[in-house]
Design a protein around this ligand. Sequence first.
Ligand code: NAI
Ligand code: 15L
Length: 263
Amino acid sequence: MISRLLLTGAAGNLGRHLRSSLRPYVQHIRLSDISAMAPAEAGEELEVCDLANKQAVDRLAQGCQAIVHLGGLANEHSFEAIVEANIKGVLHVYEGARRHGVERVVFASSNHVVGFHRQDEFLATDCSRRPDTYYGLSKSFGEDVAQFYWDRYGIQSASLRIGSAFPEPKDRRMLHTWMSYRDLTELIRCCLFAPQLAHTIVYGMSDNRDPWWTNARAAHLGFIPQDSSEPFRAEREQQSPLPPDDPARIYQGGAFVKLGPFN
Ligand code: NAI
Ligand code: 15L
């Protein structure tokens, strides 16, 4: 059991699910978000906090054994907004971890760190990064922060390059990138309890038929996905395919590669 886990982004789609699905593995869970959360139940602590506020994030980390960092903007925004929530946010989380002796951090990175790789490429976790947005750049920065705090301070981390974590895959692209909530919970459990993480990068995906990524270099996590996008294939393939020259069909990041500019 983790004695006290900090879960940021607890009011979000994934956070609301993980709040209950991670509960069996933790004695106390500290839930934080900038938005309101459902009232606390036994063993839960609620802290409303802006990740851009360094002092407030520092208080969040106090007394925690581990952190699952989901909080921040989860898709593309202006650089100014991304800087506050995601860039300052992830640095503040790691600074809090350092100052309060938190042992490990699970960081919700994203497939958009590699979004400008083509869909016909098969990527390992050590491929070059090709972020597709300011959002992807912020996740790339977060992965570098995780590496730095391991190298400099010995804080262990897993950076989860989550594909598409939704109740169901929504479109043809997500047949490749989908991750069920059950598999996400299991991946985070593996990251919290694996004997040694150092800084491990892992793709967050279910056991899909035609993946774009391999987790061969993260086998030490012991993560075995149970779900697959396959049961949704027939229905999703009734959607018209995008034109072959559409960048959203060419690149792994899908529609994200066409977002912006913001001026
Ligand atoms: P979400 O948008 O539902 O949840 C993010 C939460 O962060 C929200 O509740 C929001 O209020 C909070 N937040 C935003 N700015 C904040 C700030 N300045 N201070 C404190 N809290 C703030 O997104 P979702 O889908 O739950 O994603 C969770 C994490 O997983 C995000 O970091 C996202 O980038 C990452 N991720 C999610 C994927 C998915 O398919 N759902 C795929 C790849 C990565
Ligand atoms: C992400 O990083 C986003 O947070 C999520 O909303 C999805 O768009 C996902 O990637 C995806 O690529 O499908």
